[in-house]
Design a protein around this ligand. Structure first.
Ligand code: XMP
Length: 514
């Protein structure tokens, strides 16, 4: 059973756009369920899914390029409302007899668009409107039956419509923030053209997924690893609702977690799951294996292997399981090229534990984005610290300690990290920052404290803003907040005499130091 079969769904056909996930998010934000399909999905398959509408994404190609992605023009006769964006707009024009001109130069960035005729698509859009363009080719002449709705300095057809057939196109990107009228345009398409009612709510997902999990699992047993992050916490909670006693949730504390994190996980799941929750403290084993290791990739390898060994050994003692549940999200699925498979049960593994494990995989969150998972977590009544928890690397603080990982360094990083987070919270900045942490560097510098010379370690503060974690900017923290953080860390955390603030974006740096 697919989600698309349950909901009124908008299918986004992916022509290789950088923004394809963003289109899905924007549609879901308007309470209409949406999923991505590859551009070459046969028309019959698309029609069989009975979508309320189809969006043709942008893409890097020119409709004239050899091998450029195409769609079967039969799709335009299927009676399904279609909105083409950028390349999708050009492709629609090209296939339906309009004229697409190879652009003499790329148009990129903020572009003012003049509305000629609002028709249905641009209803409520104030002219001129700011839009975001990024294209080489452009539509010069609309296809027969279409009306030109808008124009810009360099783009004769910035938007077009054949309202009788509910076919629409926009040259700009309504899904990006730089197009303030974008939500209105998408709303007009979804509600005006496609007749959606807006019934999709992440909370509705809980009920449906619980029923679906129950049907799949039957009387078998399922094992769920808990990391302390929001994704696995939601998976465990859904399984608890679905199959109750058949669930065992396992938390392995590798000793590389943040301050109080292990205690928090145990306090959250212990009372909820009782003896179906197993917490293993494997800190000593992990630390032993990491002794003397300084290379980041070697650390990752050691931790990954130790994790799997511990997991398997502990699971062995708990009896027979048929399923193992993962907190895989939609971006992971898309990035691994599996966007079109919509079932929540898979037999492949997208990260986490290796695919050759003897259990079958369950990935109930595989259609969701992180912010949707957070909404569901709140709905499930999980504590705020878990609902809002920042992403945290699997190898934990081991990749935030540059050099050998020791108990003393772990304590030092935890203490400094706690100060950072307390101060960001006190300054009301937490919600603006996607990820923030303190890293330890295995080097020493001279300082002076009181009248004494010190020769101690620096710590590095990293705080970044991002919506997708693929590209990030460093957070412009107010100087007075930075001063307070630095002063508290140097005064309160032994062994630190200098605080550095990392002002590198990604790329060229990454979020983590290792
Ligand atoms: P980078 O450092 O590549 O991080 O910019 C991007 C995001 O991924 C997280 N991260 C990891 N997560 N295992 C994980 O599970 C890892 O080895 C790992 N390394 C980085 C990082 O915290 C950020 O959210």
């Amino acid at each position: 059973m697919t989600k698309a079969a349950n909901h009124e769904t908008i299918i986004v056909l992916d022509f290789g756009a950088q923004y394809v996930q963003l289109i899905v998010r924007r549609v879901r934000e308007q309470h209409v369920y949406s999923e991505i399909r590859p551009a070459d999905t046969p028309v019959e398959e698309l029609v069989a899914e009975q979508p309320k509408g189809i969006i043709l994404s942008g893409g890097p190609s020119s409709v004239y390029a050899e091998g450029a992605p195409r769609i079967d023009p039969k799709i335009f006769e299927a009676g399904i409302p279609i909105l083409g964006i950028c390349y999708g707009h050009q492709l629609m024009a090209h296939l339906l007899g309009g004229e697409v001109a190879p652009g003499s130069q790329r148009e990129y960035g903020h572009t003012s668009v003049e509305v000629i005729d609002p028709d249905l698509l641009l209803e409520g859009v104030v002219s001129p409107c700011q839009t975001w363009m990024s294209h080489g080719d452009l539509v010069q002449q609309v296809p027969p039956g279409f009306t030109n709705l808008a124009t810009s300095k360099n783009t004769p057809v910035a938007a077009m419509a054949d309202t009788n057939r509910h076919l629409y196109g926009v040259q700009f990107h309504p899904e990006v923030q730089h197009t303030p009228c974008g939500p209105q345009i998408l709303h007009n398409f979804l509600y005006g053209a496609c007749g959606c009612t807006g019934s999709w709510r992440p909370a509705a997902f809980i009920e449906e997924t619980v029923a679906e999990l129950r049907a799949i699992i039957g009387h078998d047993r399922v094992l769920c690893g808990i990391s302390g992050g929001v994704d696995s916490a939601v998976v465990a909670s859904l399984l608890d609702l679905a199959v109750g006693d058949q669930l065992t949730a396992m938390f392995i504390d590798h000793g590389l977690l943040r301050q109080n994190e292990a205690e928090q996980v145990i306090a959250t799941f212990g009372p909820r799951l009782g003896d179906r929750f197993v917490a293993i403290n494997a800190s000593q084993q992990f630390l032993q294996r990491l002794q003397g290791v300084t290379d980041p990739e070697q650390k990752r390898k050691i931790i990954g292997e130790a994790f799997i060994r511990t997991f398997e050994a502990e699971a062995e003692m708990l009896g027979e399981f048929r399923y193992i549940a993962h907190g895989t999200l939609y971006p992971d699925i898309i990035e691994s090229g599996g966007g079109a498979t919509a079932t929540i049960k898979t037999h492949h593994n997208v990260g986490g534990l290796p695919a050759d494990m003897k259990w079958e995989n369950l990935e109930p969150l595989r259609q969701l984005f992180k912010d949707e998972v957070r909404q569901i977590a709140a709905e499930l009544g999980l504590p705020e610290e878990i609902v809002k928890r920042q992403p945290f690397p699997g190898p934990g603080l081991a990749v935030r300690i540059i050099g050998e990982v020791t108990t003393e360094r772990l304590d030092l990083v935890r203490a400094a990290d706690t100060i950072l987070h307390d101060e960001l919270q006190a300054a009301g900045l937490t919600d603006q920052i996607a990820q923030s942490y303190v890293a330890f560097a295995d080097l020493r510098s001279v300082g002076v404290m009181g009248d004494e010379r010190t020769y101690a370690h620096p710590v590095i503060i990293r705080a970044v803003t991002t919506s997708d974690y693929m590209t990030v900017d460093w957070a412009r923290l107010p100087a007075e907040v930075l001063v307070r953080i630095a002063s508290r860390i140097v005064n309160e955390v032994g062994g630190v005499n200098r605080v550095l603030y990392d002002i590198t974006s990604k790329p060229p740096a990454t979020i983590e130091w290792e």
